[in-house]
Design a protein around this ligand. Structure first.
Ligand code: APR
Ligand code: ZN
Ligand code: ZN
Length: 361
């Protein structure tokens, strides 16, 4: 039987979001219905509402979520009703060249649930990032569910579904930060702070946080930054070099997504160092660099896609480390809110004090 539940809908471009009754069909083959317990509010949800991603309104927002499997469709064997799971953006095929080479984050054939959730009048909903978890229940592909330790708080577990994983993964997976490395993180929002926490976890000796906002730098210290640089008060490249014996950092993580900060990241690395680009630029942004510098500086320039994460490996591991007190994922949860508070949470997003507002169901 299809179920009727409450969910947060973005009805049209820049219109306020609202809670509406939605219809969640029974899971078909390869699908699962998940009872959502917690879902973080991410910038991407705001971008959907603003029409910055596509115009497939109405959207069912929310995508950083954890909950309990409610029911599964035919052929689903990896999860079963009652399992506590964290959701990820898309199930991977396991068979394409990217999957077979051990890089499933580049899978050519990802999928989400095939059936659609609808409004009461039958209007089909587009779930944000193939999830749609500001809802009491949602329909996903079973491969989007990763089982984790049910002892962890759902608010913490859900964070791994997006921004926090992107940041931690940028440091530990893409950047391969090692014990004793020097790391600079440019941009200390939720993603940059998670990169700082990831660098600390990996054993970095020096973690330099760079931002234009002193309040962000204070939070970055709590996440593990050993040094802070406000780039409004001088050239951050010079500051990073000065803090690393004149060399530049072994790994520089860019978590802003702008040409000037991409350029800073490029020049702030040690000659053989690694630049990890996790900030997402807009289509019109361009960056000009002297080719001799590109050639002569060696090292590598990598972009990080969803923290290059392997949910089945990384979600349970990070939750175990959190439960052992070796990384504090709880520090990313600034406040817990209800389904009806998402619009206000968007308004507070640019307030320097909010890392994540998490809807609790
Ligand atoms: N130099 C340094 N820091 C900057 C600059 C700059 N020129 N401009 C902005 N910042 C800082 C902001 O002050 C803020 O602390 O970058 C941070 C960006 O943080 P958020 O807006 O909270 O964004 P976040 O969710 O962390 O995502 C950052 O990563 O995954 C991507 O799409 C995401 O591009 C976005 C980026
Ligand atoms: Zn694949
Ligand atoms: Zn997100």
């Amino acid at each position: 039987m299809a179920q009727q539940v409450q969910g947060v809908i973005a009805p049209g471009k820049n219109e306020p979001v609202r809670v509406e009754t939605i219809i969640v069909p029974d899971p078909g083959p390869g699908e699962a219905v998940v009872k959502i317990q917690a879902c973080g509010v991410c910038h991407t949800d705001l971008h959907y509402k603003q029409g910055g991603i596509n115009d497939d309104f109405p959207f069912l927002l929310g995508h950083e979520a954890a909950g309990v499997v409610d029911s599964v469709g035919d052929g689903v064997t990896d999860v079963e009703p009652g399992d506590f799971v964290v959701l990820n953006w898309r199930a991977v095929c396991g068979q394409c060249r990217a999957c077979l080479r051990g890089r499933p984050w580049y899978c050519f054939d990802t999928h989400n649930a095939k059936q659609k959730m609808t409004l009461l009048d039958g209007t089909e909903l587009s779930p944000a990032l193939g999830i749609g978890a500001f809802a009491e229940k949602t329909l996903v592909a079973a491969g989007q569910c990763t089982k984790v330790d049910p002892e962890v708080s759902p608010a913490v577990a859900g964070l791994l579904g997006c921004g926090v994983m992107a940041g931690i993964g940028a440091a530990i997976n893409t950047g391969q930060v090692g014990r004793g490395d020097s790391v600079a993180v440019i941009g200390c929002g939720g993603v940059g702070d998670a990169a700082i926490a990831g660098a600390r976890l990996a054993g970095a000796a020096k973690i330099i946080a760079v931002d234009i906002d002193d309040r962000k730098l204070e939070t970055a210290k709590k996440m593990g930054a050993t040094h802070t640089v406000n780039s409004r008060s001088g050239d951050p490249v010079e500051a990073i070099r000065a803090l690393t014996g004149g060399n530049g950092a072994d790994v520089v993580i860019e978590a802003v997504g702008r040409p000037e900060t991409y350029k800073q990241a490029f020049y702030a690395r040690d000659l053989a160092g690694t630049v990890v680009l996790v900030g997402v630029p807009t289509p019109e942004m361009q960056l000009e660099l002297p080719l001799l510098d590109v050639f002569g500086r060696g090292g590598s320039l990598k972009s990080s896609w969803y923290g290059d994460c392997l949910p089945s490996r990384d979600f349970p591991m990070l939750i175990d480390l959190h439960q052992q007190g070796r990384i504090d994922l709880g520090a990313f949860v600034t406040e817990t809110i209800g389904l009806g508070d998402v619009e206000q949470a968007f308004a507070r997003m640019h307030d320097g004090d909010v890392l994540r507002s998490v809807v609790i169901l």
